[in-house]
Every structure is written in structure tokens, then in C-alpha cells.
Design a protein around this ligand. Structure first.
Ligand code: GLN
Length: 546
């Protein structure tokens, strides 16, 4: 069977949950025995989201192969339990970059390079690149909203693909909003009609319309949408608001969305086994415990910036039959004086990753509090670096210890920019000039980590080697390792050649661990990450000890 394609577009407004809907549909079709992969096409001009501020765009999600991608890839990996890569996310910027590079090289032999066909061909190649003998279905989510100028080349490309591949092989789903007007008690279909009209004016007739709504759409409303939008009546579905994002696959299944897709695309799909999803939703609704976790960071006003982290903590809760009460704390508000009052009553403290000096001192104060009060602590990337700085300052007594990122002239660079290091991913030595290096030199993607026996880390993973994803420039300075170790901070994970420190932890503390990598990227609801699982378990023990 040749690979088939399912395109998901969105209308009316953004933030309707298109990424989650695409991920949920993918999960359902996977549960039906199909080999599914998924791709996000983003209309913005950045070549990748790596340079984008999390305040504006939410987290930058990192894949095994070191691609910095849109956070929807995180949803895809969590719902599908598969690892994606660079080719699962393209931006307009990357498409244009590639075309312009070819133009400069003379590949177009003097031809006029145009949006149609050159940009659209490049987009089609990006999409078709995911097809293969081992893939039954490629789901492609088009970022943005129909009607945006930026998205036009993507829509034109997917329009052409139906003609190229045949109508049995290409299906279009359009997600819209059907607002409920409280004063009149009515559901309004006009925005959906307009959005579909816009899509049809671009030559795309959606096959399925998914209507995000607060309430169930009546048969009358569905008929009206079907009539005005020119789709089958049984191809209009309600995507009702759910309490928890992991209810979405079951909700769409109850509606029959995956069945309709299978029929329209003539997919050989069996009945899905959704026991694991039902079990998960049951756990989420019937927790036996509740623990409060403080996340002390700088992007706390925008939850999207900590998307994977939030999910990984939730998964860690599921593994312990616990619901997480999140307390997002702005690290800039934490000082020596305020730490106790701000953090009192939490059962675990987590300091996530981040860049730049803003809020760092507050993170360090929060870590002092966790360390001295015996509260479970989990530091991720910058959080781990802050834990090392805190210990170097307050236990080793090196008061001006810092990261070179925040104080390039610190006398004690406990965290520093390695001037040269061997990058096994590229097979090359990497050289950096601390004076002028910023972009392009991050350690990105999955790297191996060897674990030291008889440590929290080893107990969590229960194996000697793991691979975890990185996104940082600075590293633990091994010149301080011996002194830290003698004072109680041990190195429990390193690169195979022991030059890079990946995990540190405290000997005399119930649970205090910092990792240089981002374990939140590989946690899934079905397989919670062992470090998050154990952190939450420690938080529960701490709560019970009070
Ligand atoms: N800013 C730190 C570095 O570049 C940490 C990065 C992070 O937390 N992802 O090393």
C-alpha cells in the first residue's frame, strides 16, 4: 500500500488545539495498527524555532537528531510514543533558505525562481520525504490559520498533492471553532462557513470538519455546516473541550473521527485497542495522592514555555498515582528573605532550563532552600548548573563562583564554556571562543550518558547507559569535581569518555539531582521518564514525612 497523506488545517483563530488534535488522530490510527508518522509545517520565516524567544513562541522542542523544533513535535512524540527528527518540522524560512541556496549554486540554470513551482515543489518534497514502504500514513499539520498570507505556499502545495497523488491518497481535515453565545444560548456556524469558504477559494475542499466547541453539536447544526461547507453530514464532528488533553484521543474516537478517516482513505485499519488510553484517563481522574511542586523559572507567565516539563511532571504523577499541584514561581521574586515564605508548603522544587542571567540569583536561593530544608530538588540544564554554583558558593565557600554565562570574569567558573571538545555526533573537535561565540555552538540532541552505580540516577534508570537530549552551551567544570565530591556533591552521570558531566546529586539529602540534559523531552504518558517518576515519588515521601 502506498503511503497516504492527511492534511490538518485550522481556521477562525489560533490556539484551537490543532497540534493536539493532529497528535490524537495519529494516536488513534496507530492504535488501529497503521504505521503513522507526522509532520508540522510552520509558516514563519525563522529557519528553525531555535532562535525564538520562549516568551513569544513557547518552548523549543529538541529531537534526538538535535533539531530545534516547534513544540507540537513534543505532543506528537508524547501521543505516538515515537522519536521524530529534523524532517518532521519545516518552516517557511527553511524552505526558502533551501531554494535560495540552490538558486545561488546555479541549480535552476538561469530560470526565474518563483513561489509556484519552486517553493511549492520544495514543500512537496519535504512532505513526500516522509513517505516510504514502512509508512502507511503521513499526517501533516499546517501551522497558522487559513487566511494568513504566510501560509499560502503551504496550502497551495497541499492542494497540488491531491492532484498529484489521487483523491484516495489525500485527505483534508479542517479544524474550526463553533462558538457558543451564552446570551442567546446558540451555537454559531458562521465563522466555520467563512473559514471553509476561504479554504475552498484556495482550491481545497475539506473532507472532514472538526468543530471545536464548548458543547456537543446537534444534528441540526452538523447538517447546517455540512450543507454550507459542502461535506458529508457524517464528516462533521464535535471536538468538545476536554478536562485533560489526554482525553482527546478517546473523545475523537467516540465521535468516530478515525473511522471516517479510515473509510475515506480506504485504509486497512483494524479496531483500535485503546485500553492504555482509558487506563491513563482513569489514573488522571482518580489520583490517590496530590503533591505540590514549585517550578522556579523565568518564563512562568507563559505556560507554553514549559510545555514538556509540565507534561513530564504530570506523567511522573501518573506513575505514582498522584495529581500534581503546580506552583509556578517567578524566580525574580525569590530572595534570601522571601525564599522560605514563597516556597513553604511545596513538596518538591524544580528549577528548569533557561538562558541569560535574569532570575538566576533567585533560582540559586530556591536551591539553597531545597538543599538545607531537605526538600526534593530536581534541576534541569540551567537548573543543574545553578545547583552546582549554589553548592560551590555556599558549601565550598567560593563566594564568587558562577557560570561564565553570567559572569565571564568569575574567579571560580564552576560552569564554563569548554574551549574545545570532541563532539561524537559530528565526529569533530569543536572549538569555541568565549569572547565572541553565541550562536551555532550548542550541544544539541541525544548524547550517551554513563551512570555510576549506587546513585539516585542509577536507581532511577536501572541500567548503566542512557541517551538523553541536550540544548546548552555551558558545561560543568571538572576542575571542581574533586572538591565538590569531598563535600557531598557527586557526579553520577558522565559522557562515556568522562569529560562531560551529565548528572550531579547530593549524598546527604533525600533526593537532590541535577541533569545537564532535558529529560522532559522523552517522557510520555505511557512511559513516564524515570527521573520525573522518582522525583515525584520523593516528593510524596517528603509530604508523608511532614
Ligand atoms: N544557559 C545554559 C547554557 O547554555 C543552560 C541552557 C538550558 O538550560 N537549556 O548552557
Amino acid at each position: 500500500m502506498a503511503t497516504k497523506f492527511l492534511f490538518v488545517t485550522g481556521g477562525v483563530l489560533s490556539s484551537l488545539g490543532k497540534g493536539l488534535a493532529a497528535a490524537s488522530i495519529a494516536a488513534l490510527l496507530k492504535a488501529r495498527g497503521l504505521r503513522v508518522t507526522i509532520q508540522k509545517l510552520d509558516p514563519y520565516i525563522n529557519v528553525d524555532p531555535g532562535t525564538m524567544n520562549p516568551f513569544q513562541h513557547g518552548e523549543v522542542y529538541v529531537t534526538d537528531d538535535g533539531a530545534e523544533t516547534d513544540l507540537d513535535l513534543g505532543h506528537y512524540e508524547r501521543y505516538l510514543g515515537i522519536h521524530l527528527g529534523r524532517n518532521n518540522n519545516y518552516t517557511s524560512g527553511r524552505i526558502y533558505h533551501s531554494v535560495i541556496t540552490k538558486e545561488r549554486r546555479g541549480d535552476y540554470l538561469g530560470g526565474t525562481v518563483q513561489v509556484i513551482p519552486h517553493i511549492t515543489d520544495e514543500i512537496k518534497n519535504a512532505i513526500l520525504g516522509l513517505a516510504g514502504d514502512d509508512v502507511d500514513l503521513v499526517i501533516v499539520e499546517i501551522g497558522g490559520t487559513v487566511g494568513d498570507i504566510e501560509g499560502l505556499p503551504f496550502l497551495e502545495a497541499i492542494r497540488q498533492l491531491r492532484a498529484d497523488l489521487g483523491k484516495d491518497n489525500v485527505l483534508y481535515i479542517h479544524l474550526t471553532l463553533v462558538p457558543f453565545i451564552k446570551t442567546s444560548g446558540e451555537l454559531k456556524t458562521k465563522p466555520t462557513q467563512h473559514s471553509v469558504k476561504e479554504l475552498r477559494s484556495l482550491g481545497i475542499q475539506p473532507d472532514i470538519i472538526l468543530c471545536r466547541s464548548e458543547v456537543e453539536l446537534s444534528e441540526d447544526i452538523k447538517s447546517k455546516i455540512a450543507l454550507f461547507c459542502n461535506v458529508d453530514k457524517d464528516a462533521v464532528f464535535t471536538a468538545i473541550d476536554v478536562n485533560h488533553i489526554y482525553e482527546l484521543p478517546l473523545m475523537l474516537y467516540e465521535e468516530g473521527v478515525d473511522q471516517k478517516i479510515a473509510i475515506l482513505l480506504r485504509l486497512a485499519a483494524k479496531n483500535p485497542n485503546l485500553d492504555a488510553w482509558r487506563q491513563l484517563v482513569h489514573e488522571l481522574h482518580h489520583p490517590q495522592h496530590e503533591v505540590e511542586i514549585a517550578v522556579v523559572g523565568k518564563y512562568v507567565d507563559l505556560k507554553e514555555a514549559y510545555k514538556s516539563l509540565h507534561e513530564a511532571l504530570t506523567h511522573g504523577g501518573v506513575a505514582n498515582h498522584a495529581r500534581i499541584r503546580f506552583r509556578y514561581v517567578n524566580s525574580e521574586s525569590v530572595t534570601k528573605e522571601t525564599a522560605a515564605s514563597i516556597l513553604a508548603g511545596t513538596h518538591g522544587i524544580l528549577v528548569p532550563g533557561g538562558f541569560g542571567s535574569r532570575g538566576v540569583e533567585g533560582k540559586i536561593q530556591a536551591i539553597t532552600y531545597a538543599r538545607t530544608q531537605g526538600i526534593p530538588f530536581f534541576g534541569i540544564c540551567l537548573g543543574m548548573q545553578c545547583a552546582v554554583i549554589e553548592f560551590t558558593r555556599n558549601v565550598l565557600g567560593l563566594e564568587r563562583a558562577n557560570s561564565e554565562e553570567f559572569d565571564p570574569l568569575t574567579p571560580d567558573p564552576a560552569i564554563y564554556l569548554m574551549r574545545e571538545w570532541y563532539d561524537f555526533r559530528s565526529g569533530c573537535m569543536q572549538y569555541r571562543d568565549p569572547g565572541c561565540d553565541k550562536g551555532g555552538t550548542m550541544r544539541l540532541g541525544a548524547y550517551p550518558c554513563h551512570l555510576r552505580p549506587d546513585t539516585l540516577a542509577y536507581r532511577a534508570y536501572d541500567k548503566p547507559e542512557v541517551w538523553e537530549r541536550h540544548r546548552h552551551r555551558y558545561e560543568f567544570n571538572t576542575a571542581y569535581a574533586e572538591r565538590l565530591e569531598a563535600a557531598g556533591m557527586i557526579v553520577s552521570g558522565t559522557s562515556p569518555d568522562a569529560t562531560l558531566v551529565e548528572i550531579v546529586e547530593l549524598r546527604h539529602h533525600p533526593w537532590f539531582l541535577g541533569c545537564q540534559f532535558h529529560p522532559e523531552f522523552t517522557s510520555t504518558p505511557m512511559q513516564p521518564h524515570p527521573l520525573f517518576r522518582d522525583f515525584i515519588a520523593a516528593a510524596l515521601s517528603y509530604q508523608q514525612s511532614l
